[in-house]
Design a protein around this ligand. Structure first.
Ligand code: 6CS
Ligand code: FE
Length: 313
């Protein structure tokens, strides 16, 4: 039974309003809390809803990640599992969810202390892994991800009470302005766009291929972009992008020969665990919304690579 008051109702057949966010974006002492971020970086994250770090991982780490991604991409066992989502037309693998359950490398990457230190500084609290996924956006065939707030889905379909989660996306290929990069609306995380339509039964079986519910109206998107425009925080393989769970984002189709792949780990506050869905009649499967939170034990990912006997390039 839901215990949290629904501060962010959506898909309730009500009006599609733009609500002002009540929830603080960062812990109130983030700017002074011990951590790798400068006060300016903390302030930029609070204002924009995202932080981009160019070349966060070096060529040694990138080599291991690229090889592991390819192993998973072509693995028939993974492709046949419930964790894999294929592209709507080509059948190419589009996403692999709960990647830490099929890959020791990605299980370690998701617990890298260099990422967790940043997340802890911003969140000010212990976190667990709500969701992870590889997005493989293949060349020529990678279809779009229409504009959406992840929190709107995680709130309505997974029962995430509040906007207390951060996504960390790690670039597994170069992300250019032309191969379907992620686009964000800076500052949009401070507003909640109520979406129209009631969530169909088992919506996720369609939405992960193409999202039709939980998308903002043209008017809402126009209003948001009128405030701050659109940014495309992209860069070379090994870069990372941290985004607030409620940041409005999307990406275009990839019609170039260059795939745009990333790994995403979603860190949720341990005090914000999933309840009953706020806007759906069913709970999504474990690999989309983790209902058995465990506090993450940080490791030094780069140091762990020595086990892979990877020599620096
Ligand atoms: O439904 C979800 O949980 C996923 N959907 C999208 C389009 N982004 C976030 C998340 O991976
Ligand atoms: Fe998303």
């Amino acid at each position: 039974m839901k215990t949290a008051q629904d501060k962010y109702p959506s898909r309730t057949e009500g009006a599609e309003q733009i609500l002002t966010r009540e929830t603080p974006v960062i812990a109130d002492d983030s700017a002074t809390r011990k951590g790798p971020l400068t006060a300016e970086q903390v302030s930029a994250y609070e204002r924009d809803g995202y932080l981009f770090f160019d070349s966060f991982y070096d060529s040694t780490a990138v080599k291991v990640l690229e090889e592991e991604t390819e192993r998973l991409r072509v693995s028939e066992e993974v492709r046949q599992s419930e964790l894999a989502v294929t592209e709507p037309t080509s059948g190419a693998t589009r996403s692999i969810f709960a990647v830490q359950t099929v890959s020791d490398v990605f299980s370690k990457l998701g617990r890298d202390k260099r990422i967790l230190e940043i997340v802890h500084q911003l969140m000010g609290n212990a976190v667990y892994l709500h969701q992870s996924r590889l997005n493989l956006k293949p060349g020529f065939q990678g279809k779009e991800y229409y504009w959406h707030s992840d929190f709107e889905t995680w709130h309505t379909e997974d029962g995430m009470p509040d906007m207390r989660a951060i996504s960390c996306s790690i670039a597994l290929t170069d992300s250019y302005e032309h191969n379907g990069p992620l686009m964000v609306i800076p500052g949009s995380h401070k507003y909640f766009c109520q979406c129209a339509g009631r969530t169909p039964e088992n919506n996720y079986q369609q939405s992960l291929k193409r999202q039709d519910y939980g998308i903002p109206s043209d008017e809402q998107l126009t209003w948001l972009t009128d405030q701050t425009g659109i940014a495309v925080p992209n860069g070379p393989v090994g870069s990372i992008l941290l985004t607030d769970s409620n940041l409005m984002h999307g990406s275009n189709c990839n019609i170039t020969p260059y795939p745009r792949k990333n790994a995403v780990f979603v860190y949720n506050d341990v005090n914000n665990t999933l309840e009953e869905p706020f806007g759906a009649t069913y709970q999504r499967p474990w690999y989309l919304g983790n209902r058995e939170p465990e506090t993450l034990e940080p490791i030094d990912f780069s140091q762990s690579l020595s086990q892979h006997n990877v020599s620096a390039n």
